[in-house]
Design a protein around this ligand. Sequence first.
Ligand code: FAD
Length: 474
Amino acid sequence: MPDVALLWFRQDLRLADNPALSAIAGRPVLPVYVLEDGTHAPGGAARWWLHHSLVALSADLAARGAPLLILHGDPRRLIPDLAARIGAGEVHAGRQTEPEARQRDAAVHAALQEAGGRLVLHRSALLHEPHLVRTATGKPFSVFTPFARALFAALEDLPPPLPAPDRLIAAPGAPAGLEIAALRLLPRPPEPDWAVEFPTHWTPGEAGAAARLTAFLAEGLNAYAERRDRPAAPWGTSGLSPHLHLGEISPRQVWHAAQAQGGRGLEVFLKEVLWREFSHHLLWHHPTLPDQPLRPEFNAFPWTTDAAMLRAWQRGRTGYPIVDAGMRQLWRSGWMHNRVRMIVASFLVKHLLQPWQSGEAWFWDTLVDADLANNAASWQWVAGCGADAAPFFRVFNPVLQGEKFDPDGAYVRRWCPELARLPDRFVHRPHEAPAAVLGGAGVTLGRDYPAPIVDLAAGRARALAAFAAIKGGA
Ligand code: FAD
């Protein structure tokens, strides 16, 4: 009888192109998922997604003959105990870059080793190992363009994705696990069901991911370079981020499928996928990325903390339509378009002078694609304190950004329907509309839609003065 193996699913909730699964082909296997309660446990929206993703994975595994065991607790104890119980010498899993996950894996490996076993980690979530990509002088990258160049070269002979197995052999002796519902990942009363609209936007799970990729390749890839900054454009971007975050699809599947399809947008799209690799590379080499600025002078930045301002931003009630539309899209669908993420983040950090960590925390709780590396690296990028970051003094004007990237206001009208009847000219600046125009559109500022919570020129000047203070001190 071949050796029994434990297959530990974490952020690779798929059967196709799963190297850990392929490595144990032909052996009796016990697939297991362990919900952990760590500092960076998934936020609310990501928990909703995880629930549905586990339901899909569980059905797929059961159909192939090896049901998924669900546990909740500390894998440092649970995984070695489980391996001992079913007589598995090897535990196979996909490698993770998050600092806590790396420490946990080291502890699990050590515990397994004591019993003569081992934890075998496979490249699964990324195209390339973050610790193996190095500059010519052997250092980690801190600038995206040379990183992307090095990766494009390294990926020239990227092997094709692995097929999903038709059948699996269930290892005997599996203990009883939990029902997925017992993990309590979904919103529960008395909490309002804030996820009510999510299913109209998303189909979590491997099949949903594959369907989205197929649709994006058909509808979006060719025009990606022109449309990716248009938040109202259908299929302007792929919407694959939550699927990629939980590994319902591998970046290798995306990479190969996009290359096979080809077209005008290909290179720009692949480059965007490499931003994800870059963020994970940064997190690997800077484990404090989620909490501390990469540029140490920003530790002295004179942020203000204003709960009312933060709340207005969170609720999409700032009086700046592109910001409010983005924050409402986030709340209602669990996702926000990348261009708008940059605008709302810049607005919070610069015009409202709130610490980037408050925005990062809100995104962590409300994004279905909340990803420690991408979220932290992106917030630091916008705040000017990250690797290869936009300079702090480059302050996005939300009105001009709205007019540039949502010229007919279609995005604003969709998410801020109270502004739907404003003419294009004022849809991004309702506070400048004459009373007759507002009246004609049925908008009373301060009643139907907020007046601006900050004056843009004053907010910008305050941000630049704050920045000058740390530059002076640097
Ligand atoms: P596409 O344009 O179709 O790109 C394809 C894939 O490439 C994405 O699914 C994503 O995995 C990757 N990608 C694209 N742009 C980026 C980028 N700038 N950084 C890293 N990866 C990228 N992305 C997350 O996945 N999780 C987060 O928590 C997250 N937080 C963010 C916070 C802020 C403040 C900002 C500005 C950006 C954040 N991003 C985050 C990056 C980016 O906005 C999303 O990855 C993108 O909007 C996802 O949409 P898409 O799948 O349609 O992207």
